[in-house]
Design a binder for this molecule. Structure first.
Ligand code: SAM
Length: 288
């Protein structure tokens, strides 16, 4: 099968199957060989790796992955793409195509079945409408993985790298930075896709930490506090957390914890670092 990274080959496959792009599935297929090569290099895949690809589309990046990795598991939601994938990936015996919704797929189970519970590498040109739930789902379900190399909206990639004081700093930045080291490895303009998205894109590599950079007694509670803080980011931390009605935490609880940490009672969540959120969470765990 000819390389789908070449636009004429992609067009021929789409025409042969009468494929109609589905906007609801965030379908923007890659048609740039340089970008595809760059993703393969930056994901640092070797023949020992088992790669999970989310949303293979017509199998363009899957072909590149199959040439480099030991095994590729791809999960695609759109029924119309399954027969196309079977055809475009027919030459590869190391690819498994799974028809399903990644948000409803038990990735721990896939890892056990196809990789003996050894860490997977995730590589994907993500459907942008569900970028955050996909990333959070992978981290929070503690799937064994060594890295996630993904194409996302440029603005979202920036958000993952930000720290306190930036307007883009938020719950996603903190979650990503708790689990992984983020690094933007390429900026990708709209003309590298078919159809063209109306936003810029970036490839970001998230290298999973073996141990998070901060210690916290109750990870779940810390993330509940973080979500509450940024759901009402213009409010003080005291108000944002107590308004959220989580774990019975009151204004007094938050005020007491802030005082213990030597932080202002009027501080906002956007001013706290990951390590300060961890300490705040530990203080509140002690009170409850
Ligand atoms: N990997 C292909 C490429 O680079 O050309 C396609 C990328 S396209 C941005 C996103 C792909 O994810 C589409 O094929 C879309 O159908 C698929 N998709 C969307 N939502 C999904 C979901 N919930 N689970 C699995 N795949 C999904």
């Amino acid at each position: 099968m000819a390389s789908l990274g070449i636009p004429a080959n992609t067009i021929a496959v789409l025409q042969k199957h009468g494929f109609q792009f589905q906007k609801k599935y965030g379908q923007n297929f890659l048609i740039d060989t340089h970008v595809l090569d760059k993703i393969i290099i930056e994901s640092e895949i070797t023949a020992d790796d088992c790669v999970l690809e989310i949303g293979p589309g017509i199998g363009t990046m899957t072909q590149y992955l199959a040439e480099t990795a030991g095994r590729v598991i791809c999960v695609e939601i759109d029924d119309h793409l399954i027969p196309i994938l079977k055809e475009t990936l027919a030459d590869y015996d190391n690819v498994t195509i799974i028809h399903g919704d990644i948000l409803k797929t038990d990735v721990n189970d896939l890892c056990a079945t196809y990789n003996d519970n050894k860490p997977l590498k995730v590589v994907a040109n993500l459907p942008y409408y569900i970028t955050t739930p996909i990333i959070m789902g992978l981290f929070e379900s503690h799937v064994p993985l060594s890295s996630i190399t993904i194409m996302v909206q440029k603005e979202v990639a920036d958000r993952m790298q930000e720290g306190p004081g930036s307007k883009d700093y938020g719950a996603l930045s903190l979650a990503v930075q708790y689990y992984a080291k983020p690094e933007i490895v390429a900026n990708v303009p709209p003309n590298c896709f078919m159809p063209r998205p109306n936003v810029g894109s970036a490839v970001i590599r998230l290298s999973r930490y073996e141990k998070p950079p901060v210690e916290v007694q109750d990870e779940k509670k810390m993330f509940a506090l973080i979500r509450a803080a940024f759901n009402q980011r213009r409010k003080t931390l005291v108000n944002a957390i107590s308004n959220a009605g989580i774990y019975g935490i009151t204004k007094d609880d938050v005020q007491a914890a802030l005082e213990k940490l030597g932080l202002s009672p009027t501080i906002r969540g956007e001013a706290l670092s990951l390590s300060q959120f961890a300490k705040l969470s530990d203080e509140i765990v002690h009170q409850k």
